[in-house]
Design a binder for this molecule. Sequence first.
Ligand code: HEM
Length: 368
Amino acid sequence: MAAKIVRSLTRLSVVAALMFFATSFVQTDLPGMGTVRALAQTTGDVPGNWSGNISDTQFWRAIRKGVTGSVSIPDKKAGQLVQSDGDELRAFRQGPMSQFGGWLLIGSLIVLGLFYVGRGRIQVEAGLSGRTIERFNAFERFVHWLTASSFIILALTGLNMLYGKYVLPSIIGKSAFASLTMFGKFAHDWIAWAFILGIILMFFSWVRHNIPNMTDVRWILAGGGMFSAGVHPPAKRFNAGQKIIFWLVIVGGASLSGSGLALLFPFEIEMFAATFKVINQLGTNFPTELSPIQETQYALMWHGVIALVMIAIIIAHIYIGSLGMEGAFDAVGTGQVDINWANEHHNLWVQEMETMDENAAAPNRGTE
Ligand code: HEM
């Protein structure tokens, strides 16, 4: 029995000594010391009589600042006891990001409200003719609504993650808010895949109509005819304003998807250090060595910022596609738009369609 106790105590002391060694040094860049193996100050008799080369204060400050020590287990992230960048991320997310994001969203609603008051609903000036032309086929409409409905759910559940805690608990109660946020988070993680698919399909469906050309320059110089009645600058299938929206959706959507995937698979997808290396060719000085946790933190920050900008853009898009312009919604609703609407907003496209129809009908006419 006594021998058993002695054996157990011996084992325990070996483990304790190993733990002591594991926690009493860190490999670090301390000011003025270069990269050193920093030994904690110790008192009394310790194996080897080490007395350390830095004070306890320096040692623990280094740990508090996020220094990474060495560990023998496979998960090297465990070598970092305190990751202080998390504080900065949190301060940024709760502070400037939430504040500016909030102002951006409220600001865009105010600007659209003012635009509506000043300009009113943009009417089909020649009046509705009752004759229609197909604007988007069923597949294009499916792609539009796949992207749009998934984006709207992602936006609402994402906004809840950022702002919900300030507003909802006092309205619906804490436990309802907790359930809502939990299901919202599941929805956000899964519906993201539908959005990614929507963005890919949208790109391939419409990219050929969204290559900029000189017609777009003239459209922009005429303000797109948005600010005064009776002005209808020529446009093909998509005008310059729509092309800008298209590319913002594609580039912003790809960016949201990339950073979102990095958040869904943390520590597996790392893209920021590599991106910073490329950007630094332009003379900037972004960090090019990032720990896996820093990569994830950059992804979270970027995802939030781009999402807020995208939501502001899409609010404007939804306004002009529904309340702001008579006849526009039909394009993504039934797919058929009034020919007068089409002539006022996309006259070159109508001409193209009519020429194609005539060419297609020509052989028949020849036989009449
Ligand atoms: C309730 C929500 C939405 C409405 C009412 C709406 C309405 C419309 C309409 C009417 C068009 C066709 C315009 C035309 O025929 O010239 C359109 C096109 C388009 N929509 Fe939406 N949309 C909505 C949400 C979204 C969302 C969330 C996205 C992307 C995240 C999106 C991306 C696009 C793109 C890229 C186009 C083609 C370019 C353009 O017309 O601006 N839409 N949408």
